[in-house]
Design a protein around this ligand. Structure first.
Ligand code: HEC
Length: 99
């Protein structure tokens, strides 16, 4: 019986671990879809078509704009997008919208 329980525990922890790994990977994309894609579909810009978010090479540039907003873009504070999510979001944008 003890062995059965420990097997169940092992199986459950493996499930939890892979769920956590998946969440970490989907983080940047999930935040982008929820908070940015409405104005920046496919890395474009529906409000100011010349200000796309394509070809940005520095995550700091994305994070700064997210925190400060301006020029028609709302600012997102740490309650809206945590520092960890802002980093994932910036990495997602840089690797997804290269050109
Ligand atoms: C309500 C529409 C709107 C939303 C939502 C929005 N943006 Fe923007 N974004 C804009 C506009 C408009 C500009 C141009 C601002 C300017 O002229 O300075 C912009 C500019 C930017 C820029 C600078 C592009 C450049 O090189 O000039 C970045 C980076 C950016 N947005 C990222 C994001 C991210 C990341 C999110 C989601 C957290 C987001 N935006 C959500 C409207 C939006």
């Amino acid at each position: 019986m003890k062995k059965v329980i420990s097997n169940v525990v092992v199986v459950l922890s493996v499930c939890l671990l892979s769920a956590a790994a998946f969440a970490a990977e989907a983080g940047g994309e999930a935040v982008f879809k929820a908070k940015c894609a409405s104005c920046h579909p496919n890395g474009g810009n529906i409000m100011k078509p010349t200000h796309t978010i394509k070809g940005i090479s520095k995550p700091e540039k994305v994070i700064k704009k997210v925190r400060k907003g301006g020029g028609g873009m709302p600012a997102f504070d740490a309650k809206s997008i945590s520092d960890a999510d802002a980093k994932l979001l910036a990495d997602y944008i840089i690797t997804t919208f290269k050109k």
